[in-house]
Design a protein around this ligand. Structure first.
Ligand code: PMP
Length: 358
């Protein structure tokens, strides 16, 4: 591994070096068992300990109360777009959803297969460059679904609606990146491949009190209650992805937990946004108050220079900054494991490139 690549990928994305070292060793010999982590049964005490630690670290870091159950499942966050309404929304009931881009739109589409959807707010009118603020949450809604961080556009909720309606949140791209009252939510889901591990596992934390209330028959493998009863071992779990996630959660705890990582994430984002706001060549694309600390999206006033800038960055070992095809320009993802040093190098590159061009 080239140690000096600055990896701004949007996901899968940078992981802590110590996680990668430990995992490479475990690929050959897992904790002195003489077997690879890929060669042991998932029901052995060895792997059960990994699963238990992953679940309890996730619970501990979010400080979830006792009503919550934490699961590690297959299928990515995309499976949750349908598994959530299948488990929570009866046909005839309504889910309120806030549309903040591609990922919310997918949640909306899948939810319609199970019940009614009320899209109570949308920022589509401005290509999703802000978080909607003025809306009413219908009190009869079964739940409100929102996407806490919008990976493609670089917007993020910095405060959440206070409501008696249970809130379901897709936290795929900012899970465990900041201190929050996680207990204000009723269901939290996230693909783990950005902030808390490697692709292949999805974390779902749900309040037990939300379950068992729909009349439809839920296929066993999609039934949260079944997964909970079986300790996320209803079938063979994605063992390696869960192992990486457990190591990443351990690392996160070692960083001072969410208080520690939040400080670092705030510093990283402040440094980069400050450069975007002061460098004449670059411009941020989203409403300032809704800027994401995870995905920093920006463009150039001279788009003809974009390609050259990407090439220049590549020479400086800066990778993964090209924007999503839907929003263009640049996107630098500053997930938990991205070191401060990478942002410093990025900012230097922006300054230097701009000196040459302006
Ligand atoms: N929601 C958000 C906010 C995302 O960023 C992504 C993936 N980029 C998804 C959902 C889909 O996740 P997955 O690929 O794990 O299905």
């Amino acid at each position: 591994r080239k140690m000096k690549v600055h990896n701004f990928n949007a996901g899968p994305s940078v992981l802590p070096n110590e996680v990668l070292y430990k995992a490479s060793k475990a690929l050959i010999d897992f904790d002195g068992t003489g077997m690879s982590i890929l060669e042991i049964g998932h029901r052995t005490p060895y792997f059960m300990a990994v699963m238990d630690e992953a679940r309890s670290l996730a619970r501990e870091l979010m400080q979830l109360d006792d009503d919550f159950e934490v699961m590690f499942l297959h299928g990515g966050a995309s499976t949750q777009f349908m598994q959530v309404p299948m488990n929570l929304l009866d046909s005839g009931e309504t889910a309120a959803i806030i549309d903040t881009g591609v990922w919310s739109s997918k949640a909306i589409k899948e939810t319609k297969n199970f019940g009614f959807v009320d899209v109570i707010a949308s920022s589509k009118d401005a290509n999703y460059t802000y978080i909607p603020k003025n809306y009413t949450i219908p009190p009869q809604a079964k739940y409100l679904h929102l996407t806490s961080n919008n990976t493609i556009y670089g917007t993020q909720y910095h405060s959440f609606p206070q409501t008696d309606v249970p809130v379901v949140v897709d936290m795929s791209s900012d899970i465990l990146s900041r201190q929050l009252d996680y207990n204000q939510f009723s269901l939290i889901y996230a693909g783990v491949q950005k902030n808390m591990g490697a692709a292949g596992a999805t974390m779902v934390a749900v309040r037990k009190s939300m379950l068992g209330k729909v009349s439809r028959k839920i296929p066993t493998i999609l039934d949260y209650n079944q997964h909970i009863e079986n300790g996320s071992m209803l079938n063979t779990p994605p063992v390696f992805a869960i192992y990486i996630s457990m190591l990443t959660l351990r690392w996160l705890k070692g960083q001072g937990g969410l208080a520690g990582i939040e400080k670092l994430n705030e510093k990283k984002a402040a440094l980069l946004y400050d450069e975007i706001d002061h460098n004449p060549l670059f411009r941020g694309t989203v409403a300032k108050e809704d800027r994401s600390l995870m995905n920093v999206c920006f463009i150039m006033d001279k788009p003809e220079l974009e390609e050259e800038f990407v090439k220049f960055c590549k020479k400086e070992d800066i990778v993964g900054i090209k924007g999503h095809r839907l929003s263009g320009g640049f996107r630098a993802s500053l997930y938990n494991a991205l070191p401060m040093e990478s942002v410093e190098v990025m900012v230097e590159a922006m300054k230097y490139f701009s000196l040459k061009k302006v």
